[in-house]
Design a protein. Structure first.
Length: 316
């Protein structure tokens, strides 16, 4: 046992001595100098290779820059010509924005591929990589593809066009300003810009207020049970006939809607041209109400006098 312990101690001593000698050799000035020189030389070689590659790439970079500048100029010119051509041919406004966006995207994509080719990249390799990216993006961005397909359907079936005032089943409404690749931009009645996905619009019920020529104005009026309904109807009919903005075909309608504890509810229906609808709907009801209630007929909602009967006998 003592001999084994002695052997281990001797071995450890020899190992420590060897490590000490290696450390001393490593910190010797001549060895440190050689290490620094070797590292500097290696970095210098990398720098030389990088500079040589950069110098070799200068012609290709300059060529690509020139190609990029010329390509941008050509694209702007082509887009301007396309826009002018659309205007001269009086292409539908809805179709203009959609086609313009597609043409712009294709031109910039071609320019990017050509510039990459001038820089030495293999276009076939880039197209292969792009096809994989497009497939992956298509799976990840199914909503965007649905919006694109919705834009195509909107342009094909034309449920609305630029300039139309629409409302969909989701409650979005406004005047259509532009139909783009993925979104349709609208301006609502408050002047707020609304961007609605084409997919949502294409798959929802759309109410187009601009495709009609006339609209019906509906409102209700309550009269007292003590009033003569026929007399009230005659007064309202005379008022509707005297207004030149009220259409007589279809003929205005006045009928009893329901009987309530408060009184008899009359429904008044009249038709007007779509450009006069807002004015008629805002003024006609108030005019007829004033005409009826100020013409001798009772307003059941008006404040009624309260009579207090005192049955208490007078004290003698």
């Amino acid at each position: 046992m003592k001999e084994d312990s002695l052997k281990v101690a001797v071995k450890d001593t020899i190992t420590l001595a060897g490590q000490k000698e290696e450390l001393i050799n490593a910190v010797k000035p001549e060895n440190v100098k050689d290490g620094i020189v070797g590292s500097v030389s290696e970095v210098s070689n990398y720098m030389e290779k990088f500079i040589a590659m950069a110098i070799d790439a200068i012609p290709a970079v300059i060529k690509a820059m020139i190609f990029l500048i010329v390509g941008l100029f050509i694209i702007r010119t082509v887009l301007k010509l396309v826009k002018n051509r659309f205007e001269k041919r009086n292409v539908d406004l809805s179709l203009r924005g959609f086609l313009y966006s597609i043409i712009k995207f294709i031109l910039y994509a071609i320019l990017a591929l050509l510039v990459a080719g001038n820089l030495g990249f293999e276009i076939t390799v880039i197209l292969g990589a792009l096809s994989g990216l497009v497939l992956a993006a298509g799976l990840a961005l199914q909503g965007s593809l649905s919006n694109f397909a919705g834009g195509v359907l909107i342009l094909l079936f034309r449920p609305f066009e630029v300039g139309d005032y629409i409302e969909n089943s989701a409650g979005t409404e406004g005047t259509v300003d532009k139909i783009d690749l993925l979104y349709t931009s609208l301006t609502n009645g408050q002047g707020i810009k609304v961007f609605s996905p084409n997919g949502t619009l294409a798959n929802s019920v759309i109410r187009n207020f601009s495709k009609i020529t006339k609209r019906r104005v509906d409102f209700m009026l309550t009269i007292s049970y003590g009033d003569n309904i026929q007399e009230v109807q005659k007064v309202i009919e005379a008022k509707l006939a005297s207004n030149s903005k009220i259409l007589q075909t279809p003929k205005p309608e006045i009928f009893v809607k329901e009987l309530t504890p408060a009184g008899v509810v009359l429904t008044v229906r009249a038709w007007a041209e779509k450009q006069n609808y807002v004015e008629i709907s805002e003024t006609l009801q108030n005019e007829i109400k004033n005409l009826v209630y100020e013409g001798g007929f009772k307003n059941p909602y008006a404040a009624a006098p309260i009579h207090i009967i005192n049955d208490t006998p007078k004290s003698e």
